[in-house]
Design a protein around this ligand. Structure first.
Ligand code: 1GP
Length: 238
């Protein structure tokens, strides 16, 4: 169970692979980095260019090379592959565009129920600077150190009954969200909190875990600096 593994610390680091940047031809080397680094699971998704074919091809290529869980991280119902082990069924709670809050979920619900994959409902909160996901997702961005707004959204997510909360600064963000926001949210929540966006060094990654995050996501590091990926994963698990 992916959610149980996140909750109980067996999945603490996830690597995001964007099908737009990772074709099946370079999957071998990327999976090699991920295996060597000791990352626990692989997220497949991106804010743009994630059609069914590219997502499915990447999932198939990954599954041939590793037994680590592959979890879809979709920007729309098109970014789907029935061969993944699970899906973050995202609701971008601070989007001004209803399709990212509930429309896409309604569109894909019956399809998902018909698969055997694990569906993990995730309240997705996008913070400044938000990057592409902030723009494409029409997010009313939460300030990176705005504890009060973060708590408002996170508490709503918990009361509604989401399985998990994802605090996101946006892929490629020059800075992560402030760890004090992570600490305040984690202290108040009974559901696991996942943090991603702009995490590029071991100290920041460790701070997120020390602040109570159940798991950390990195994407850009795996593309640009595989050695650093290993250092980040070690810092998280030490
Ligand atoms: C995925 O935002 C993370 O949700 C990935 O961010 O690419 O900045 O690591 P980075």
């Amino acid at each position: 169970m992916i959610l149980e593994n996140i909750k109980y610390g067996r999945i603490r680091h996830l690597t995001l692979l964007d099908p737009e940047k990772n074709g099946p031809e370079n999957t071998g080397s990327v999976i090699d980095f991920i295996n060597r680094a000791g990352s626990d699971a692989i997220l497949v998704g991106g804010s743009t260019g994630t059609g069914k074919k590219s997502v499915d091809e990447l999932v198939v290529a990954i599954k041939k090379l590793t037994r680590k869980p592959v979890i879809l991280f979709p920007s729309s119902p098109d970014a789907f592959s029935p061969r993944a082990d699970g899906i973050f069924y995202l609701s971008l709670l601070n989007s001004m565009d209803l399709k990212y809050v509930m429309g896409y979920q309604v569109q894909s619900a019956r399809l998902l129920k018909g698969t055997r994959m694990e569906v993990i409902s995730v309240a997705y909160l996008v913070f400044e600077p938000g990057m592409t996901v902030g723009k494409v997702g029409g997010a009313k961005l939460i300030g990176r150190d705005d504890v009060s707004s973060a708590l408002d959204y996170a508490t709503a997510a918990e009361l509604i009954g989401f399985h998990a909360i994802y605090l996101e600064a946006g892929s490629g963000a020059p800075m992560s969200i402030d760890p004090k926001v992570v600490k305040a949210v984690c202290e108040d929540m009974t559901i696991p909190v996942i943090v991603g966006g702009g995490i590029r060094d071991p100290i920041t990654a460790r701070k997120m875990i020390d602040s109570g995050a159940a798991a950390v996501v990195t994407g850009t590091v795996a593309e640009k600096d595989p050695e650093m990926l290993g250092k980040i994963v070690r810092a998280i698990k030490d």
